[in-house]
Design a protein around this ligand. Sequence first.
Ligand SMILES: *[C@@H]1O[C@H](CO)[C@@H](O)[C@H](O)[C@H]1NC(C)=O
Ligand SMILES: *[C@@H]1O[C@H](CO)[C@@H](O)[C@H](O)[C@H]1NC(C)=O
Ligand SMILES: *[C@@H]1O[C@H](CO)[C@@H](O)[C@H](O)[C@H]1NC(C)=O
Length: 150
Amino acid sequence: MYRKALIVSVLVAFVCVQIADSLVCYTCVTPKDCKSPKKVTCTNAAANETSYYLGVYHQNVRNLTSTRFDCLALKYNWNNDVIHQLHGCVHPNVGACSLALKPAYAHYNKTRCLTCSGDKCNKNPAGKMSSSTITIVASVLGLLLVKIYA
Ligand SMILES: *[C@@H]1O[C@H](CO)[C@@H](O)[C@H](O)[C@H]1NC(C)=O
Ligand SMILES: *[C@@H]1O[C@H](CO)[C@@H](O)[C@H](O)[C@H]1NC(C)=O
Ligand SMILES: *[C@@H]1O[C@H](CO)[C@@H](O)[C@H](O)[C@H]1NC(C)=O
């Protein structure tokens, strides 16, 4: 009985750590860059870098440290051209998608902005990757639990 409980806790802890502590996001900072985005494991340093780029166009980007992170995908258009694009790890509390643009950039059209939590979930389109990954993890875990308790 103890053993089962132990196995279950280890599994749960493992899954939680996977989701919370080693989030991987796509990262790129210009439209050109975003044609072949890199991958980055989220850290405060990586999220600070995103904050820095957010701060170029937006007002009141806060300096934060976080214990968990989200992935960001942000795109602005102007006359049908992608004028600004930014993917990366963010501090959830920065509220990346509700930031106001600086007056000089207020004419930009925000065509896409999402934050999501799941490995590489900021790839196109909107977070499909993340939910499917989490679903797979959840079903595997479910199966294991059924096996252990059956
Ligand atoms: C991120 O920014 C915060 C606030 O400016 C700072 O306290 C922290 O040291 C930075 N972290 C890293 C890893 O650069
Ligand atoms: C955040 O930190 C950077 C560099 O450490 C600084 O230039 C900037 O003014 C800070 N922003 C805020 C809102 O405190
Ligand atoms: C911005 O978006 C609005 C609504 O989608 C559109 O009507 C407008 O033409 C766009 N402006 C530019 C400069 O692309």
